[in-house]
Design a protein around this ligand. Sequence first.
Ligand code: PLP
Length: 353
Amino acid sequence: MTFIDQWLRPDIKNISAYHVPKSKNLLKLDAMESPFGIPQDQKDEFLKYIDQSEINRYPDAELTQLKDTLRALMDIPEEFEVLLGNGSDELIQLLALACNKDDLIMSFEPSFVMYEMVSKYAHLNYCGVKLDSNFDINLSKTLQTINTKKPKLIFIAYPNNPTGNAFDYDSIIEIIRTTDALVVLDEAYYAYSDKSFLSEILNYSNLVVLRTISKIGFAGLRLGLLIGSKETIIQLNKLRLPYNINTLTQASANFLLQDRQQILKNAQLLIEERQRLFDELSMISQLKVFPSQANFLLVQSEEAQSLHSSLIKNGILVKGFAAKSDLTRFIRITISEPNENNTLIAAIKDFYG
Ligand SMILES: *Cc1c(COP(=O)(O)O)cnc(C)c1O
């Protein structure tokens, strides 16, 4: 037995590390990244701005400017407070840290894998309520689970990853009303979705909204935000590590997020491409394409596993699911700009001959 084997908390040995597939030289359509980088005509000014950063000093701890930038970008009302994380993943972990020993975290199945992983890291119980055949919330089963298992924290991805749909709004309201749990509406894909729960924070003291800039073009900066009432955020903020948002992320975001029009325009283009890709792929009889409110499409196919590997052979990486997963007959495709989408469409058409 190695030292670490006898030293480590036993349950950690059974956790498998978060897997990131190799993507070198592949067209990357697996992780909901935006295809749009920093506009060429902004690069010089951007570098000049970054150059003013004092790397020898700790980052701004108050994060005032960055919070104001995010408030302006996302129309966050004055009366709400904002907590920033090194990616929204860090905030998911922070919320788990706020739970008590033996508490239960609830979410849905299938949904974002980090909810369950973070529950395990924090040594908490986890329960994923199965979605119905349209990947919507089964309300009676959900309310029953809330009633019997009394979750402390409920994560609802809205729109959901990896299915792409936005759950029924009224069902979510019913859940928020019923439960004593803190309900986290994870709006990572807010920019591609028709509706948001942001304004509902005024109506429900147990509601917070989680967002990120990862899916709107800035995954490399690692910046997420939790939005809630002042009372709620002031308490949760105690669990944030000091200086968790580094100086370069702060400076980059302050500069790049000013261009709200460009960010909205990019999102709009991806929404249009989503429709085009949906229509094109729906014409292939062997595929079932699910409606999406996000920057990706979930696609069902009997040949999902071989389609996935065939696309890799053709230089395209989409998200596949493990053979033992409920989603083994699915792939998830990130929407990109027109040229890259055309490459993907051609490769899939080729596969089906
Ligand atoms: C991608 C994603 C996140 C993670 O975002 P980061 O800010 O990059 O950590 C959170 N929630 C959902 C539902 C996501 O799909």
